[in-house]
Each structure stands twice: as structure tokens, then as C-alpha cells.
Design a binder for this molecule. Structure first.
Ligand code: NDP
Length: 503
């Protein structure tokens, strides 16, 4: 209603008033419809274009706005302005998601959960695009499209394909750590509020002096970890496929704002040199005993989106959105994500997706020489110069924003990972030392119910990997699947190449 109590006037896209929005314009009472009903044409034409391309991964998601507050002094590690002062707050927008399912898929699917944060800092937007798992399935981006194909639908049947799922994983042994976490009950979080978020990658922080540190981010849920069991997730899939989306929205609507404590693991370059794990390998964590996480901030979500499409669907996060004081590490997966996320947003939303309000840099307006393109909805630089260098007072580079130089060396080539046998150490530790007996029982049950759908030769190959992580782990999965544990053990002692040939 308008201020005087009258209803606002319905208009067409360009503001012209609409006289009738219920009856099409026809030749006579019973039609046919006239082509000159331009309001009808515009209404149908826009409706026909309502869907934008679905995200190829992370299609199903929920989001909210809020803030990040600094709670510890980290200025000796990073010069990032938004982290420069205790008590400093920065607006954020966060999107949670599942990975493999389509936009209408169930929130309770077994899947990693995306945990993407956009910080609207005074030095431009900083995106941290993480997951609820501290590790990932693969460490080389060359494998990514293949991996995702195996998590999606079979090209012939259009059904989910347990053979492809496990065939790829069993031929990709570095996935065993992430598979162990995914098939624990952490693979089905009770809600988005009850899970942690991790950078998973190692990033680089550098300070005013140009000294750098390697860091990992851990957003620990203040609501506590809560998971669904396999049975609980199955029930939820039919009872309320949108349960996590609903839970987040309802909690914020009732003023029960979810929060996370940011803990950092920080490593000096000297500590990194001879560290027992490769710090650039995303299939590994940094054990807490070696690098105890330090609390540095709080993330609070206190605002529901006013419009889902405008904010959540159009939100676009990219690991390439970095601010001075924070840089990428040479982690190969991260390097490829620096390209791929921006690239997919350009495909999905267009070359000017940075102008969409949820993505626009609120606290550091764009001042560049990029011009034109589809949906250039701002003043497009007006009459100012569109080239650099210029002598017409156009924006110029600020050398203080340069990342300090760093050494690179070595031979160019397609280098395989040099110590693959350590892939089994951390999942073994997780199984033996971190999980309770109940966790282990649920893990084995979850694996058996899914892997049991794959061909027997694939079951054998995959179970050998569980055996290599821990012999009890392998034996219990073998028993659950009705496999002969001796066959599994024999395969476990073969090289990966021989195991692939034998199965
Ligand atoms: P710690 O005992 O210090 O840490 C174990 C961590 O494991 C916990 O702090 C918790 O992480 C996480 N955890 C607890 N239960 C589960 C579960 N069912 N599934 C997955 N993760 C769980 O040992 P380490 O640091 O030496 O790590 C041992 C193993 O724990 C690692 O190999 C890795 O598999 C796992 N882990 C380690 C993390 C790390 O950054 N060091 C982070 C997460 C898991 P949180 O506090 O983050 O909830």
C-alpha cells in the first residue's frame, strides 16, 4: 500500500501503468489473443527467462548476512585492514550449500557442505570459499571435472551411479581422508548452524614488513557439532528436503543468531620447511598438537535475505577475491580455483556480475578501466578515461597493495605427488584416535550401505584402501560387504597400479 493507504500502481518493466492484469487482449470475447497485448508478451517473455544457469556444483544453498568481529591482535601476521583492530566489525554475506545435488535436491544428502564467506572490507571484497571439511578428495585440479562427473548422474541412465562414484575414488587413493570424513556422520550435518567451516587450503598472510606466514582458517560452530545419522538423514530427505535452509532462516528470524569462532593455525616459513606433511597438500590437515589453533574472531549471522534470488542465488564467491595482507599459496587446487570460480560466474551471471548488489564492493567502490559488456548497469566510467596510463586524473595503482615478491624454482613439468604413502596416515589417525566406537560403527555402516551398491571388484579395490588406512577399518568394511578379508588384505599390499590391474 502507498503512504496514503492506496495500493501502489502496477507497471510494466519501463514504468508504464498496466490497465488489466487478469484478462488477455483478444479479438472478441473468446479470442484469439492479439499480438498487440504487449504487457502479456513482456510478462511471458520475462517468465521464460527466469532461470539462470544452475551452479555446476553447490547448486542447492542457503545464505544470510551478518558481521565478522576481530577478537585478537593479528597485525604481526597480516596487514589486512579488516583484521587490524580488536573489536573491528566487517559486514559479511555467507552461503552454505551441498555440492553434488541439483538446486532442488535434499539438504540432508551425504556430501561436503560449502561454507563461503564474503567480507565487504574497506580494501574491496575478500571471499573465503571453504567447506565443512578440513581436507578435499584430490590435490590436483586436473582431476576436478572427472571427479565431479562421478558424483553427478550417469550419462545414459541419468541416475546417480555408485560404480562411477567408487570407481574414481578407489583409483584415486589420496581421496581416502576426505572419504573417511564424508562417510562419518559429519557427512550429514544436522543443520548448517551445527557444522564447522574450514579454509581447507593453506593461505599466505603477510604483514607491513613483508614477512609472510602460512595459515589455515577454522570457523568453529558456537552451536556445537550435531549430525544426522544415516537413518535420520534418510527420513529427513522425504520429511523436509529443505530442512537446513528452513533451520537457518527460522533461527535468524526468531533472533537466535548463529555464530562461529574463527581459530587460525599459523606457521612460519621456517617451520614449513621440513614439516612432516606437505603444507600445500589439501588432502592433509596440520595436526592441532603441532599448530594449536588460535582464536582471532567471531562470525555472526543476523540478517535473512530479503529476496532469495537477488542475494543467495546471485551471490558469487571466488578465492581470487583477496585483499592486501592475504594471498594465495602455491597449493595447486587453490591456484586453479583462482581461475575457475570467476570463470563460472562470468558464464552464469555475466561479465559484470560484480555490479549485482550482493557482489558489489560496498566499502571500496570499483575504480577500474574495465568497460562495457552485458548488463553494465552503472555509469560505466562515464566520460572518464578508459585506459591507463593517462594524464586525465584517472585512478592509478597503489604500490602498497603489491604482494611481496617470493622465490620460485624447479623444473617445469607434470609432476606427480612425491610421497603418496602418507595418504593413509591421517585417515588412520582419525579412525583410531579421534573417532569413538559409535563413530566407527556408524562410519562402517554408512560406507557399506553406499559402497554395497557398486560392483564387487570396485568394492574390493576401495576396501583395500580402508585397510591401508587401518586394518580394523578395512576388515570391518569387508565383513559388512560380505567380502573375504584375506582378498582385501592381499590387494592392500599391492601397488596402486597392480591393484587397479587386479580389479
Ligand atoms: P586432534 O585430536 O587434536 O583433533 C581431532 C579433530 O578431529 C577434532 O578437534 C575435531 O575437529 C575433529 N573431529 C572429531 N570428530 C571427528 C569426526 N567424527 N570426523 C571428522 N573429524 C572429527 O588431532 P589432530 O589435529 O592430530 O587430527 C587428527 C585427525 O583429526 C586428522 O587426521 C583429521 O582427520 C581430523 N581433523 C583434524 C583437524 C585439524 O585441523 N587438525 C580438523 C578436523 C579434523 P574440529 O575441532 O575442527 O571439529
Amino acid at each position: 500500500m502507498g503512504e496514503d493507504g492506496s495500493r501502489k500502481r502496477l507497471t510494466r518493466a519501463f514504468g508504464m501503468p498496466v490497465g488489466d492484469d487478469q484478462n488477455s487482449k483478444t479479438a472478441g470475447e473468446r479470442g484469439p489473443v492479439l499480438l498487440e497485448d504487449v504487457h502479456l508478451l513482456e510478462k511471458l517473455g520475462h517468465f521464460d527467462r527466469e532461470r539462470i544457469p544452475e551452479r555446476v556444483v553447490h547448486a542447492k544453498g542457503a545464505g544470510a548476512g551478518g558481521y565478522f568481529e576481530v577478537t585478537a591482535d593479528v597485525t604481526r601476521y597480516t596487514k589486512a585492514k579488516f583484521l587490524s583492530e580488536i573489536g573491528k566489525r566487517t559486514d559479511v554475506f555467507v552461503r552454505f550449500s551441498t555440492v553434488g545435488g541439483e538446486k532442488g535436491s535434499a539438504d540432508s544428502e551425504r556430501d561436503p557442505r560449502g561454507f563461503a564467506i564474503k567480507f565487504y572490507t574497506e580494501e574491496g571484497n575478500y571471499d573465503l570459499v571453504g567447506n565443512n571439511t578440513p581436507v578435499f578428495f584430490i590435490r590436483d585440479p586436473m582431476k576436478f571435472p572427472d571427479f565431479i562427473h562421478t558424483q553427478k548422474r550417469n550419462p545414459a541412465t541419468n541416475l546417480k551411479d555408485p560404480d562411477a562414484f567408487w570407481d574414481f575414488l578407489s583409483l584415486t587413493p589420496e581421496s581416502i581422508h576426505q572419504v573417511t570424513i564424508l562417510f562419518s556422520d559429519r557427512g550429514t550435518p544436522a543443520t548448517y548452524r551445527n557444522m564447522n567451516g574450514y579454509s581447507s587450503h593453506t593461505y599466505k598472510w603477510y604483514n607491513e614488513e613483508g614477512d609472510h606466514y602460512w595459515v589455515q582458517y577454522h570457523f568453529k560452530t558456537d552451536q556445537g557439532i550435531k549430525n544426522l545419522t544415516r537413518e535420520g538423514a534418510d527420513v529427513m530427505r522425504s520429511k523436509d528436503p529443505d530442512h537446513a535452509t528452513r533451520d537457518l532462516y527460522d533461527a535468524i528470524a526468531r533472533g537466535d543468531y548463529p555464530s562461529w569462532t574463527l581459530e587460525m593455525q599459523i606457521m612460519t616459513p621456517e617451520q614449513a620447511k621440513d614439516y612432516r606433511f606437505d603444507i600445500l597438500d589439501i588432502t592433509k590437515v596440520w595436526p592441532h598438537a603441532d599448530f594449536p589453533p588460535v582464536k582471532i574472531g567471531k562470525l555472526v549471522l543476523n540478517r535473512n535475505p530479503a529476496n532469495y534470488f537477488a542475494e543467495v542465488e546471485q551471490a558469487a564467491f571466488s578465492p581470487s577475491s583477496l585483499v592486501p595482507g592475504i594471498a594465495a599459496s602455491p597449493d595447486k587446487m587453490l591456484q586453479a580455483r583462482l581461475f575457475s570460480y570467476h570463470d563460472t560466474h562470468v558464464h552464469r551471471l555475466g561479465p559484470n556480475y560484480h555490479l549485482i548488489p550482493v557482489n558489489a564492493p560496498r566499502n571500496s567502490p570499483e575504480q577500474s578501466y574495465q568497460r562495457d559488456g552485458f548488463m553494465r548497469t552503472d555509469s560505466n566510467g562515464g566520460g572518464g578515461p578508459n585506459y591507463w596510463p593517462n594524464s586525465f586524473d584517472g585512478p592509478g595503482p597503489d604500490i602498497s597493495a603489491k604482494e611481496p615478491t617470493f622465490d620460485v624454482s624447479g623444473k617445469a613439468g607434470h609432476h606427480p605427488y612425491s610421497h603418496p604413502n602418507d595418504d593413509f596416515v591421517q585417515p588412520g589417525n582419525l579412525y583410531r584416535d579421534v573417532m569413538t566406537e559409535q563413530d566407527r560403527e556408524n562410519l562402517v555402516g554408512n560406507i557399506v550401505s553406499h559402497l554395497g551398491e557398486a560392483k564387487k571388484r570396485i568394492q574390493l579395490r576401495q576396501t583395500a584402501l580402508f585397510f591401508k588406512a587401518d586394518s580394523d577399518y578395512g576388515r570391518r568394511v569387508a565383513t559388512g560387504l560380505g567380502l573375504d578379508a584375506k582378498d582385501v588384505e592381499k590387494l592392500a599390499h599391492m601397488s596402486q597400479e597392480d591393484r587397479a590391474k587386479a580389479t
